[in-house]
Ligand binder design. Structure first.
Ligand code: AQP
Length: 320
């Protein structure tokens, strides 16, 4: 089974990226051939600072390795190192009906968030289809917001297969339960573009500042606190042991503890959870050449997966 997943270098990885994508991806590396890419071509639709794009891409690779990605099992690579991806994206775009892309919610959502309307942003699902179809991927773990893009990928693959024969494997989505979305410091979904993130390996002082600034209501210390939608509980449940989490829930219900105390427990929880990975991160970051080698090897392996697919396609459509 071939598993494909990606993360955009639009910022540094945050707790939402970790628990929503990186941790499950690391668990899945045992279950098949895993291909995990840093989606720098996608990030170009929003990141305009070249040094930030390069830095974020490198930092994501280091974070992923520190968290347990094993380069002997999984391919970790930069999207832009796979030179056939833009070519495949173009070929796919020639059979993609405009209406299919016009129906995609994420484009409209991004415009509503204030992003600049560009052809790249509009045709993003076609580039995503290329990312998936290039490697004969079987399984694509995604959040519910990406479900529609997976359907677009399948529609495009079916169209090519109808026109030219059996070229593409149809990938299966593995849809994540959206209740698992990690809340940000303001209670909305943690997201780089909402400015509500907690990054995985923040230094102690900024981490403390972020945690202590988590938005709360004005329930008095002695009163019970609402559990629903609490970002403190929403994050704590991922980093705490089940007994510590149950104890915090109980303290919310009974009252008598202030939000400041809960935030201190959360801060400890985040620190303790990532402490072993932080040490590993320092070791990995001290050898940038090794990180580059891992990314280059990953790109080589991914290219080897994509080559027979591209040969099949080019031949079938008349390019060779
Ligand atoms: N809050 C979250 N809870 C659970 N999963 C999350 N993911 C992101 N935020 C949460 C998952 O992380 C993977 C990589 O995400 P991405 O960087 O490619 O894009 P995204 O989902 O758009 O993440 P952001 O932080 O919201 O980025 P921006 O602001 O740049 O758009 C995905 O699998 C995602 O579901």
């Amino acid at each position: 089974m071939r598993i494909l997943s990606g993360i955009q270098p639009t910022g540094l990885p945050h707790l939402g990226n970790y628990f929503g994508m990186m941790k499950p991806a690391i668990e899945l590396q045992q279950k098949g051939e895993a291909l995990y890419f840093i989606a720098d071509l996608h990030a170009l639709t929003t990141v305009r600072d070249p040094e930030a794009l390069r830095r974020n891409s490198r930092e994501i690779a280091i974070d992923f390795l520190a968290c347990g990605l094993d380069p002997a099992r999984a391919c970790l690579f930069r999207q832009s190192d796979i030179t056939c991806i833009p070519e495949l994206s173009w070929i796919l775009s020639t059979v993609t009906p405009m209406g299919l892309l016009e129906r995609c919610h994420s484009y409209k959502d991004k415009l509503a968030k204030g992003l600049h309307a560009s052809l790249g942003l509009f045709s993003y699902p076609v580039l995503m289809a290329a990312d998936i179809l290039a490697y004969d991927s079987d399984l694509v773990p995604v959040g519910k917001d990406q479900k529609q893009h997976l359907e677009v990928t399948r529609d495009i693959a079916v169209k090519i297969n109808e026109l030219y024969g059996d070229i593409f494997k149809l990938p299966e989505p593995m849809i994540r339960d959206e209740s698992a979305a990690i809340p940000g410091t303001d209670g909305a979904k943690m997201s780089k573009s909402y400015g509500n993130t907690i990054e995985l390996f923040m230094e102690d002082s900024p981490l403390k500042k972020k945690v202590m600034a988590i938005q709360t209501d004005s329930t008095p210390v002695e009163s019970p606190k609402p559990l629903d939608g609490s970002p403190i509980l929403g994050i704590y449940r991922h980093v705490a042991s089940s007994s510590d989490y149950t104890a915090m829930e109980e303290a919310f219900r009974t009252g008598g503890t202030g939000y400041g105390d809960f935030k201190k427990r959360l801060l400890e929880g985040v620190r303790d959870y990532f402490a072993p990975m932080r040490a590993e991160r320092q070791r990995i970051a001290s050898d940038p050449g090794e990180v580059e080698r891992i990314l280059s090897n990953g790109a080589e392996k991914a290219t080897a997966f994509a080559t027979p697919v591209m040969d099949r396609l080019r031949k079938a459509i008349g390019l060779r």
